[in-house]
Design a protein around this ligand. Structure first.
Ligand code: IMP
Length: 429
């Protein structure tokens, strides 16, 4: 039996929440390893909808869950989410949730900076979630972050705050906004520490113990490969590595612990925020995909941009992420379209290419080369076996498998967890 890492293979919002929830039944523990509360995972369990941003999806089913060191943690958002999910009847306590003591914190000044930058100019707009993710990662890498463990080290906190504010107040002066008072920031941290510290643990050590006990670990990725800070559509990306390699570093385990990598891809493509999107549609089909697919962001409510399946981008994502099989989601949204298109290559200044170039200018210049596939009129919604799928829907899935050079391990046909066709059990691989 292998551990499993679930990662997005497009621009996020691929439906990871449902797949992780489905897999979590067989996992012993669930671990988040990157991102923060910019993620939006929607789970539907017994008719109740849970919207998670920071908590690992395992918590909904009472699975021990871990927030690894690779995650940036907004303590206020964490507490809010624990309370919100608690109101839906899920008790999240330190027996269920552990938070890496070496994870970096997102502070209100990070959120301010994120939003100030986003609003400063149209040209520089990334279309972030405005939650301070980027600035928090910047401080982590610049070695001035306040980390979870620092909430318990009051003697060192003043110096850490001073160091942080030397940087941030200079920025804030430049941006023409009020400076942060270190005394007030400290008071805010002290007010929150007793709610956060009970969850703080050396997560790497706990995971090492669980691994020795042969427990099944499910690594839950957030966002998607095309938003990866190295491999994505830079600079229109998030600020963490979203590929599966990060599952090891972001949880404190070696790469051999990661196991089977399952990539999640929608049967079409969506993206929120700015940046290149070669197969984006602006016609009636885009409206159909948005409306039928309910393509509005879980975190920000923004309307998602929609387009055809991009086999070039997904193939690249699967290679950079070491993906062994994919879970395809939302096939039913294409039901009833007379024909569907798949991007099989790009045209870059008249030359046919089979990869997304690294350069921002070239990424914006590529034009999709489409293959047209006959649509299907029958519903695939809720199908639980291949026999319930029409021949053309199966042809579509098979053609995508060929193009992305990776088999479909799971097919998800509705938000309900039972509506899943299993081809290859990732844990048994
Ligand atoms: P940030 O992660 O808030 O800095 O946003 C950077 C980019 O990643 C923006 O284009 C966001 O829309 C996008 N992004 C961040 N989190 C998600 C997500 O969970 N789903 C889809 N896009 C996301």
């Amino acid at each position: 039996m292998s551990n499993v890492a679930v990662v997005g293979a497009q621009w996020g919002d691929e439906g990871k929440g449902k797949v992780v929830d489905w897999l979590s039944e067989r996992a012993d523990v669930v671990v988040r390893f990157q991102g923060g509360h910019n993620a939006g995972h929607t789970l539907v369990v017994d008719g109740v909808t849970y919207k998670l941003s920071l908590l690992p999806s395992g918590v909904v089913r009472g699975k021990p869950s871990f927030i690894g060191n690779g995650v940036v943690v907004d303590p206020w958002a964490l507490i809010d989410e624990i309370e919100r999910i608690g109101k839906l009847g899920v008790d999240i306590n330190p027996n269920i949730l552990a938070l890496a003591d070496n994870a970096s914190l997102i502070l209100p000044l990070h959120r301010d900076l994120d939003q100030l930058r986003e609003n400063a100019s149209e040209a520089g707009k990334i279309g972030t979630t405005g939650r301070g993710i980027g600035p928090a990662y910047e401080d982590k890498v610049a070695r001035r972050a306040i980390r979870v463990c620092d909430l318990a080290d009051l003697a060192a906190l003043d110096d850490k705050i001073e160091r942080l504010l030397t940087h941030h107040n200079a920025l804030r002066r430049g941006l023409g906004v009020a400076e942060i008072d270190g005394v007030l920031l400290k008071a805010e941290l002290l007010a929150v520490k007793d709610k956060v510290l009970p969850f703080a643990k050396p997560v790497w050590l706990e995971l090492d113990r669980l691994r020795r006990e042969n427990k099944q670990i499910l690594f839950e990725g957030a966002q998607g490969a095309m938003l990866d800070v190295d491999h994505g559509t830079y600079p229109f990306v998030t600020s963490s590595n979203t590929v599966s390699g990060q599952a090891a570093a972001g949880s404190g385990m070696g790469p051999s612990a990661v196991g089977f990598v399952l990539g999640i891809a929608k049967a079409y493509t969506t993206r929120v925020g700015s940046g290149p999107f070669p197969t984006e549609l602006f016609d009636k089909t885009a409206e159909i995909l948005t409306d039928r697919g309910r393509e509005f962001g879980t975190v920000t409510g923004r309307r998602r941009r929609c387009g055809w399946f991009d086999a070039v981008a997904v193939r690249q994502a699967l290679k950079t992420g070491g993906v062994k099989g994919i879970a395809m989601t939302k096939l039913d949204i294409l039901d009833g379209l007379p024909e569907v298109k798949v991007c099989v290559a790009y045209d870059l200044y008249g030359e046919r290419i089979d990869r997304l170039p690294a350069s921002m200018t070239e990424q914006a210049a590529v034009k999709p080369v489409y293959e047209t596939i006959a649509g299907w009129s029958e519903s695939t919604f809720g199908a639980r076996s291949w026999a319930q799928l029409s021949a053309n829907a199966i042809k579509y899935v098979r053609r995508i498998e060929e193009l992305i050079e990776t088999p479909v391990a799971l097919l998800s046909t509705s938000p309900e967890r039972e509506d899943t066709i299993l081809v290859q059990d990732p844990f048994a691989s």
